[in-house]
Design a binder for this molecule. Structure first.
Ligand code: ZN
Length: 332
């Protein structure tokens, strides 16, 4: 009888305990996935934009780390990333994107050991000192700087979120007409707000079209640098053949001689402006005809200016390039 009572107590305890153990475990797993994909929540009070104030900026040429006010840092970023003669709403979109990008880096652990972000556009985000920027501008320097400040100040504290979490706000120069899903650039899923979207008017910018022409032996040399066993017979009409395209109209797979490559790999080998290209095989030369500039993921800067010219405000521009997002205040 006593034994039965003990069994019953154990069963009752387990009945209550098991769901608790499993629920908290699953919650933890879900939390990890959520953090990995979208960044931790910062609109729920866990990130205080107003109190944070300073970020640690690494100057890549000197290795010096500077503690700088986030909005002042953004003046230097916006003036480095976007031409000042772009529409104010495009500059405001850029400021909001740059702020979001910076906060995402801080929250999701920076690439740098003792700094939040660096000033190298190839690594983190472009940055130019006010002095250097003034040197590059020929006229109306103060007026231009005021316009940059207005873009940052009028969007102070505004960040882009997806389901309440700060997004990884990728951006690029020119989409070539259609943006790209990150899956085709870096692999991996997990960014539902980064879809392929179309923007008209991208072709009116100088960043839209470019060409790279190489002599056939130069072409072979560059391929052999990457693949020692590379072979190609230019007499074969299918020696270079595009196999498939991505949703963003870029090259997904291409056969070059005895190799099958992704468009992103070809872009890297031949230093093309984008993976949206066609190839012309001439008598002596191979010519890449390229559309767009950059990886093509997220906001297009020239596309933003086009939308601003059509009367769209910065929130509408952001919502065009990032699917299902909100623009809201980081908590103060
Ligand atoms: Zn960096």
């Amino acid at each position: 009888m006593k034994r039965l009572l003990i069994y019953m107590i154990i069963v009752i305890i387990l009945f209550f305990l098991i769901p608790i153990i499993f629920t908290s475990r699953f919650e933890k797993i879900e939390q990890v996935i959520a953090n990995k994909n979208y960044g931790e929540g910062i609109v729920d009070g866990s990130y205080d934009y107003g109190k944070y104030e300073k970020i640690k900026l690494l100057h890549s040429d000197t290795g010096k780390i500077e503690s700088v006010n986030i909005d002042e840092y953004l003046y230097n970023v916006v003036s480095a990333e976007m031409p000042v003669d772009y529409e104010i709403e495009a500059l405001k979109a850029q400021a909001t994107v740059a702020r979001t990008y910076t906060l995402y880096k801080i929250i999701n652990s920076s690439k740098h050991k003792n700094a939040d972000i660096c000033d190298d556009s190839g690594c983190c985000q472009a940055w130019i000192s006010k002095g250097e920027r003034y040197k590059a501008w020929k006229t109306d320097k103060d007026k231009k700087w005021e316009k940059i400040k207005e873009a940052v100040d009028s969007t102070k504290g505004k960040i882009i979120t997806y389901k309440g979490k700060v997004i990884n706000a990728f951006f690029h120069s020119n989409s070539g007409g259609k943006t790209e899903r990150p899956l085709y650039v870096w692999g991996g899923e997990g960014y539902p707000y980064l879809q392929s979207v179309e923007t008209s008017g991208e072709d009116t910018y100088k960043q839209y079209s470019s060409e790279v022409s190489l002599k056939k032996d130069e072409f072979i040399e560059k391929m052999k640098k990457e693949y020692k066993d590379f072979k190609i017979d230019f007499n074969d009409k299918d020696c270079i053949k595009i196999i498939s395209y991505t949703e963003g109209d870029r090259i997904k797979q291409i056969k070059i001689g005895n190799k099958t490559l992704s468009g992103v790999e070809v872009r890297k080998i031949f230093e093309l402006r984008s993976a949206n290209f066609s190839i012309d095989i001439g008598k002596n030369n191979i010519k890449f005809i390229v559309k767009g500039y950059g990886h093509g993921v997220g906001l297009s800067q020239t596309g933003s200016n086009t939308l601003a010219k059509q009367g769209k405000n910065y929130i509408e521009i952001i919502k065009h390039f990032y699917s299902g997002v909100d623009v809201q205040n980081a908590s103060y």
